[in-house]
Design a protein around this ligand. Structure first.
Ligand code: HEM
Length: 137
C-alpha cells in the first residue's frame, strides 16, 4: 500500500464528511428544526465543526503534496478561482456559524432562518466550486 495514497485517502475522508456536515447541517436546520432553537444549536455546532474540518483537511491536501513532491499542486485559472471561492466560503461559514452560537439566543426565528439560509448558500457554493477545482486542475 502506498503511504501517499493512504495519506490522500485519509484527508479525503475528513474532507468528504466535512462537506456532508456543512451542507446537511444547514439544510437540516432549515427543513427539520424550524422553530426549535435547541436542535438548531446542535446543528450549529455540527456545521461549525464541518467548516473547521474543511479548512484543516483542505490545507492538509496541500501539506501532503508538499511532503511528497516538495511543492503545492500546480493549478491555474479556473481551478485557482474555485479554490479561492472554497477558502472564502470556509472562512465566512465558520464565522457565521460561530456568530450563530454566540448570538442566536437573542435573535428572532426569522433572523435565525436567514442565518441558516446564508450557511446553506455558502455550503452549496463551496460544493459546486469543488467540482470545478477537481476537473480544471
Ligand atoms: C479551505 C477550504 C478548502 C480547501 C483548501 C479545499 C481543498 C481541496 C482540494 C485540494 C481538493 C482536491 C482537489 C482534487 O481532487 O483535484 C478538494 C476536494 C474536494 N473538496 Fe475541498 N477544499 C476546501 C473546502 C471545501 C468545502 C467547504 C467543500 C464542500 C462544502 C469542499 C468539497 C470538496 C469535495 C466534494 C472534494 C472532492 C472533489 C472530487 O474529487 O470530486 N471543499 N478540496
Amino acid at each position: 500500500m502506498s503511504a501517499e495514497n493512504l495519506a490522500y485517502a485519509v484527508v479525503q475522508v475528513v474532507h468528504n464528511f466535512g462537506a456532508a456536515a456543512v451542507v446537511g447541517g444547514a439544510v437540516g436546520a432549515l427543513w427539520l428544526a424550524g422553530g426549535d432553537p435547541g436542535r438548531q444549536r446542535g446543528l450549529a455546532w455540527l456545521v461549525l465543526a464541518g467548516w473547521a474540518a474543511q479548512a484543516a483537511s483542505g490545507a492538509s491536501f496541500g501539506a501532503v503534496s508538499l511532503h511528497y513532491y516538495g511543492q503545492f499542486p500546480d493549478i491555474h485559472g479556473i481551478a485557482v478561482a474555485a479554490l479561492r471561492i472554497k477558502v472564502a466560503c470556509a472562512l465566512a461559514g465558520f464565522v457565521l456559524a460561530a456568530l450563530w452560537l454566540r448570538r442566536a439566543a437573542g435573535w428572532s426565528e426569522a433572523a435565525r432562518r436567514r442565518a441558516w439560509k446564508g450557511l446553506a448558500a455558502l455550503a452549496a457554493v463551496a460544493l459546486a466550486a469543488a467540482a470545478f477545482l477537481r476537473w480544471f486542475s
